[in-house]
Design a protein around this ligand. Structure first.
Ligand SMILES: C[S@@+](CC[C@H](N)C(=O)[O-])C[C@H]1O[C@@H](n2cnc3c(N)ncnc32)[C@H](O)[C@@H]1O
Length: 188
């Protein structure tokens, strides 16, 4: 019989990841930052979400997805299957919708300290997401953008980094499809 970790890994491989390097990276990064409110835009069936929840049992999560590739019910069934976070499932809220429509409300009400962007991979779409998550009174301390290997994503993060001087950023090439991490600089 598979344990929870094995099942989480099996889901990651099932949805098309060749390995769980990105999942483990996110789990370690979020745990090292003691995140409180995690927002994922583009959660699909939840494969990376579950690694974050597992590593941060006390965090609250909110996800937005338009479910072009999967369904709300599939994601919700996985949340129950992995038993996050127990009988009430109050740790995770799922919003079915378009990123640009939902982000203004979610940023205002949820106030995430960690944002994971893995939805729209066009340069214009990603730049619009980045603008919406940072032009708020309480910008997230950390933003992770996946798939930096994609030229459109790479172009968007280059452009964003030139306009947002209050985030320092770095790219890891050690994970599947590479990722960019933006960290809010604390004013001295
Ligand atoms: C690459 S998958 C995300 C993978 C996921 N992070 C995981 O852990 O497996 C991208 C997801 O973003 C959703 N998506 C794409 N564009 C979107 C948009 N403009 N607004 C909301 N969701 C979007 C897709 O339907 C899909 O479920």
């Amino acid at each position: 019989m598979m344990n929870k970790k094995d099942e989480m890994r099996a889901l990651a491989l099932e949805v098309g990841y060749p390995d769980t390097s990105y999942h483990e990276f996110l789990a370690e990064l979020t745990a090292s930052k003691n995140i409180v409110r995690y927002l994922e835009v583009g959660a699909h069936k939840g494969s990376t979400l579950f690694y974050v929840l597992d590593a941060n049992p006390d965090c609250q999560a909110y996800v937005i997805d338009d479910f072009q590739l999967s369904t709300f019910d599939e994601l919700w069934a996985n949340i129950k299957r992995f038993d996050f976070p127990g009988p009430s499932y109050s740790q995770v809220a799922v919003c079915e919708g378009n990123d640009l429509d939902e982000l203004p409300r979610v940023m205002e009400n949820f106030k995430p300290d960690f944002v994971h962007l893995d939805a729209d991979h066009t340069s214009g779409g990603l730049l619009a997401e980045l603008a919406l998550v940072t032009k708020v009174p309480y910008p997230p301390k950390t933003i992770v953008v996946h798939d930096v290997i994609d030229p459109c994503v790479g172009d968007a993060i280059e452009q964003f980094s030139k306009t947002k001087s209050n985030y320092r950023w770095w790219v890891t090439t050690q994970v599947f499809n590479h990722a960019a991490v933006f960290e809010l600089e604390v004013e001295k």
